[in-house]
Design a protein around this ligand. Structure first.
Ligand code: PEP
Ligand code: MG
Length: 573
């Protein structure tokens, strides 16, 4: 029987495919049946992966960077111990032999079984060790997937749609390797980091569906309408035809936009607008260049720190930042310092806050771990010798934090000078305006900084007291709330008055429905996922700022949601 589910469309477009129900291990693990004669080889491949992971971990254990948290060594010892446990090393081999499955699948099955056993333990500490099991298994899985066996990574010919109750940002990073046609989840808000990563995959997705995982069966035919946030389960032929048509039209629209790639991004009245790209990993820079971004407006450096049990060293970070700086060939590259906590947690740093979004996150965390922060700052400064690097500090709330962060930047500079290393002495330092207090106090922040960047995702979350990852309040998440618009307007006015550049790097910047509003508010620098650059550019090319600005002034004086909506529609007509 056909039925329809409604959620939030977080990434546009349409997809038609068969449901694959998610379990964490299965997200990564391919499944195939082997010929009997290949089984010894498969077991050997598994043993080799274990050996490789053990060697890697031992090497990491022996070269723990100075200043790394003390827990790191204990953490690695525990993982090495797991690696010697027959539940991890022997049981999957038995499964390979008995069920003739590939090593990845055997490991995934055994991991799920082990995790269930851990979950049944009453002792809190021991129960939490399930995360360690997962991390060790993940490492082996990665080693295996670096050396695939007899079957391709993904066997299905038919497009598949991943159906999950929830996905974390770390899952999404791994997800980049797979080729799903779409994904849908029960939980999650439209600007959660999971949703942001979903957009970066450029495939349709719908979140906050509440019961999709329970209602959909493995192999069900699904239509995913990422534009309207709709999922149709077991559609009939006429609906399938209708969506095939929509999908084709959508693809044609995307093709047409490509023609705008080389046009300058200038309004009808000749105002130049800077269009920058947001990236998560160094390799994403390719897409930014491909879409002709004017620079990188936000490099979320924390993704270098996810999905691993250890810290990236200063040198490893330096290489990553240098890669982006050089690739952008003199165009600006804004690298945000580590913004972990809340929905992005690190393996070696257990989440202890009762309310993580309001807890030890971003700059707050970095100031409590100065050695970690200094290593990142040194890496950023060293990379500044190879391009136009700028440092961006996330989640500033108090000026004391800013002073402390600036002092640490000075300390990092001094240590490099002492070593005779080259860096940009006048590297610009900016701050993210994403806490309402910082927006209201933008003037004082701007005076100490070279530029500001408005993180509307968090600014909305904190202004409206709505957890951006919570699907139950996702309908209240409102970029058009007058409180939010006033804060953006105020920050932009301060920037203009003090002659400090201000950009917007939250998801609002990449939404073409909001382009004119932001232009009217005075924004001249937008940073967004590269996939959205052309749609926003198209809007800019068709906008006359002198016409839009007075309409926006009117909108600023209105509080009623319906009136704001009506004025926005007029602005966009
Ligand atoms: C924001 O908050 O708007 C932002 C760009 O940062 P992030 O989404 O990574 O929190
Ligand atoms: Mg943010």
């Amino acid at each position: 029987m056909s039925f329809t589910l409604h959620g939030i469309g977080v990434s546009g477009g349409y997809a038609i495919g068969r449901a694959q129900l998610y379990s964490h291990a299965r997200l990564e693990a391919p499944h195939y049946v082997l010929r009997k004669e290949h089984l010894p080889e498969e077991v050997a491949r598994f043993e080799e992966a274990i050996g490789q992971v053990r060697a890697d971990m031992q090497a990491t254990r022996e070269h723990i960077p100075e200043g790394a948290p003390a827990e790191l060594a204990a953490f690695l010892d525990l993982h090495l111990m797991f690696l010697d446990d027959s539940m991890i090393t022997e049981a999957p081999k038995r499964l390979i032999r008995e069920t003739r499955c590939n090593a990845e699948w055997a490991l995934a099955q055994q991991t799920e079984a082990l995790i269930s056993q851990f979950e049944a333990i009453e002792d809190d500490y021991l129960r939490e060790r399930k995360h360690d099991v997962r991390q060790v298994a993940d490492k082996i899985l990665k080693a295996l997937m670096g050396h695939p066996g007899h079957a391709p990574l993904k066997a299905a010919d038919e497009p598949t749609v991943l159906v999950a109750h929830d996905l974390s940002p770390s899952d999404m990073v791994l997800f980049k390797r797979q080729s799903y046609a779409a994904f849908i989840t029960d939980l999650g808000g439209g600007t959660s980091h999971t949703a942001i990563l979903a957009r970066s995959l450029n495939i349709p997705s719908v979140m906050a569906l509440h019961n999709a995982r329970a209602l959909i069966n493995e192999g069900d035919m699904l239509i995913i309408d990422g534009v309207n946030g709709v999922v149709i389960v077991a559609p009939d032929e006429s609906i399938l035809d209708e969506y095939r048509l929509r999908h084709n039209q959508w693809r044609i629209e995307q093709q047409k936009l490509k023609r705008l790639k080389s046009s300058p991004s200038t309004t009808l009245d000749g105002i130049e607008v800077e269009l920058l790209a947001n990236i998560d990993m160094p390799q994403d820079v390719r897409e930014a260049i491909e879409e002709k971004a004017a620079g990188i407006g936000l490099f979320r450096s924390e993704f270098l720190f996810l999905n691993r049990p250890d810290l990236p060293s200063e040198d490893e970070q330096f290489e990553a930042y240098r890669h982006v700086a050089e690739a952008m060939k003199g165009k600006p590259v804004v690298i945000r310092t580590l913004d972990v906590g809340a929905d992005k947690s690190l393996a070696w740093l257990p989440q202890t806050s009762v309310n993580p979004a309001l807890g030890l996150r971003a700059i707050r965390l970095c100031l409590t771990e100065p050695q970690l922060f200094l290593a990142q700052l040194r890496a950023l400064l060293r990379a500044s010798h190879y391009g136009r690097v700028r440092i961006l500090i996330p989640m500033l709330a108090s000026l004391t934090e800013l002073d402390q962060a600036l002092a640490l930047i000075e300390q990092a500079k001094a240590s490099l000078r002492e070593e005779g290393r080259l860096f940009d002495e006048s590297i610009p330092v900016g701050g993210m305006i994403e806490v309402p207090a910082a927006a209201l106090a933008a003037e004082w922040f701007a005076k100490k900084l070279d530029f500001l960047s408005i993180g509307t995702n968090d600014l909305i979350q904190y202004t409206l007291a709505i957890d951006r990852t919570d699907d139950t309040v996702a309908h209240l998440y409102d970029p058009l709330h007058p409180g939010v618009i006033q804060l953006i307007h105020h920050t932009l006015s301060v920037g203009r008055r003090l002659k400090k550049p201000v950009s917007v790097c939250g998801e609002m910047a990449g939404d073409p429905k909001l382009t004119r509003l932001l232009l009217g508010l005075g924004l001249r620098s937008f940073s967004m996922h590269p996939a959205h650059l052309l749609a926003v550019k198209q809007r800019i090319l068709h906008t006359q700022v002198t016409e839009v600005a007075p309409q926006t002034s009117k909108l600023l004086k209105v509080g009623e949601p319906q009136r704001i909506q009506a004025l926005l529609e007029r602005l966009n007509s």
